[in-house]
Each structure stands twice: as structure tokens, then as C-alpha cells.
Ligand binder design. Sequence first.
Ligand code: PMP
Length: 440
Amino acid sequence: MTIPDQTVDESSDAVLLARRHRLLGRSAPLFYDTPLHIVSARDVWMYDAQGRAYLDAYNNVPVVGHCHPRVVTAIADQATRLNVHSRYLHETVLDYAERLTATFDAVLDMVILTCTGSEANDVALQIARQHTGGLGIVCTNQTYHGNTTAVRDLSTLFSDGESRSPLVRPVTFPNAYRPLRGLSGQALVDAHIEEIVEQIGAFKAASVKFAGMLACPIFANEGLPNVPEGYWPRVAQIVREAGGLLIFDEVQAGFGRTGHMWGQQRVGVVPDIVTLGKPMGNGYPIAGVVSRAELIEPFRDEVMYFNTFGATPVACAAALAVLDVIAGEALIDNARTTGQCLADGMRALQSRHPLIGDVRSQGLFLAVELVEDRETKAPAGRLAKLIVNDMKTRGVLISRVGQFDNILKIRPPLPFRPAHADHLLNTFDDCLTALKDAAR
Ligand code: PMP
């Protein structure tokens, strides 16, 4: 018999980390220089193994708040009765499909449920390629849409802005802070449209038929840039004129994040296909594709698309509860009002801290771009990393994003209130002040 070594604390973070490296691999991603060992969470707070509370200003999956009792109860109730794949008749699946499609423009009236955003984007590509008979897809040059073989070709953030596939052509994402050739307004829109037209032309020259463009309506992974007025309507027009479909990836933009139910409502364009994920089940895996029946019916007819865990009664019960809470607790209004408090407070800090080059916000989603010099806009990626780690040490969780990893990403669960915003802003102020003092 082996006698357990009483001197080793099995739960210590160092032991967990060593086990993780051995079992999952050294490169399995973890947040922070010293990883967090979170054991519970509620509303907008997360708690570590020592009982320390962290204000969660990062996680969008628990959109209605961590472990929301209504979602937990919906999952538990349905799990005690039935959980099975989608090839049986079941009311909850249809109730959800009905409630979900009702939140979109009337033309987007049919849904395919999946488990992950990657799968949803994969299915969207298949639908667009089937409908158009083409293969060529335009995406942006600093983005992420998921990890299936087909979707990875669009995830240009990890491949220096390029795609590995001749069937995918990236274009520069619009960004008023670091604009293409220093342009602004209509000239900037024109320059981006020209690029898209060029890439569609390049497909043609290579005898690849154009199938469409896939992008996030708010460019979340690109760093939430300010998009020049009129960009999206022009993009929709030229993509459609070229025979392609417009696919919006709402995996991050959706479910009230921007102060609208969908990012597309914020930008005022109805796409042909929408993909959803992350917050959809508040942590219970469910994702999906919403489109017009005329696109989904032929896809279903020709491709026997089946997803074992997509559209289970439990997944749909969780997702229904999420819709109920978003409406019942007026979380979209809160995203707007608290988002505004956060953005105003951040701009006030910007006036005192030159490191803050640009503050951009869409509802409860803030991007704070850090620069070493406001004139040159040299990205302050190293400092951004320091700040994310220091904020965590001070008990507030944020992350960073963008090509230069210099954009702080603040994207809390939607029950984040003005008092939480104040706490975050005060902590950030302390953190920036400490950084300044250390540099003296
Ligand atoms: N689209 C976007 C915009 C995303 O941010 C992500 C995940 N970060 C995905 C798709 C992929 O979703 P999943 O991880 O659920 O496959």
C-alpha cells in the first residue's frame, strides 16, 4: 500500500499547475502570469480557492451573471426529466427556436443548433458555399472565428494577417484610430470597399467563385475599432452584387452585449446568415446558425447535418432561461447605461493618463488602447500585459486583445452595475498611478 505524502498539499496551485502541464500539455492556454484557481462564482464575482473575490470584467459567457439561479434551475429541472439528442419531437427545442428567431429581423426565420461557435461558423460557410456554388470567402486580417479546419483558415489573428487557404482572402479591418493610409470619413470607407472589390476580383482571376464575406459586425477580436459611418451598408451591397452572402459572426457581439440584442441591429444591416455562441446558454454549450428558410432548407435537404449535443432539451432549456433573464432583468438597458458610465469614467482617466491612447465602447464592451506615445501611437503591449496581471492582483479581471496585444478588453457579464464600474475604474486608476510611480 502506498502511504500518501502528507507534506504535499494536493490542492496547492503549484501542484495543480504541474498536473495540468503533465496531463493537458505545457501550452494549454491559461490566463495570467500566475494562474488563478477559481472554485466558485456568482453574479459578477468569482472566488478563488482561498476565498478571495475577483470582480469579473472579462467573461461574456456567463452573460446573465455567473450561476444565475434561473438558468441553473432550468438546467437541473430539464436534466431530471430528459436529455437526449435532437432526433425526437420536443417542445423546448421549438420554443427556443421560436423565441430566438423572433429577436431577429423577420427574414431570419430558421435555425440550426450546434454546440460551439466554431461549428456554427463552419456550418455557415457550408451553407454559403452550397447556396452560391462558390468557395471564395473574404474575411478580415486580424480576426478569430474558431478552430475547425475550415474556420481556422479565417482566423488570421494567429497567422500574421494571412490565410493558409487559397479559398480565403483577408482584407484590412476598418479602424478609425489607425486608419488605412491616414484616410477618414467617406474616403476611408471607399478604401476598404476597394480592397474587398480587389479580393473578389482576385478570386475571379484565380477561377474561384466568390461565396461571401464572414466578419464580426463589431470586430470584437480585432479590438472593437471605431468603424467609419456607412461601412457596413456598402459592404453588404458589394458582397451581394458580386453574388456572395454576408455572414455576421455574432458569437461575441450578440445577446445584448452592445446595448442591442444583436450587433447587426447596432450597425443597421441585416446579414444573410448569422452565427451565435458563447453567451447563448450562460455556460451550457449551445451555439447556432440563423438564416432564411430558403438557405437552410436546401442545406438540410442535401447535407444530413446532425450534431449529437446540438439542440438537446437541456441546452435549449438553458438558452431559453438566458433569454428570459435578459428580458426580465432589463440587461440590454443595463448594458447601455452601465456601459456609458464605464466609458465616461475611462475617458476621464484618459485625460490624466497619457498611456490611454483611445477608448472605444459598444454597450458593456470596452476596448482601451494603450500607447507609449499618443503622437506615434506606438503600441504599449508590454505594459498592457503588466496591467492585466496587476489588475488581477488587485482583484479585477480583464484581458487584452488585438494585433499588438495592447488593447485592454473589458467585457463583463451584463449584470455589471455602475458601482462595479466605479470599482473597476478606481482600481485601474491605482494601477496606472503605481506604474507611473515605478517609472519615476
Ligand atoms: N467567433 C468569435 C467571434 C469568437 O470570439 C469565437 C471564440 N473566441 C468563436 C467564433 C469560436 O467559438 P467557440 O470557441 O465556441 O468555438
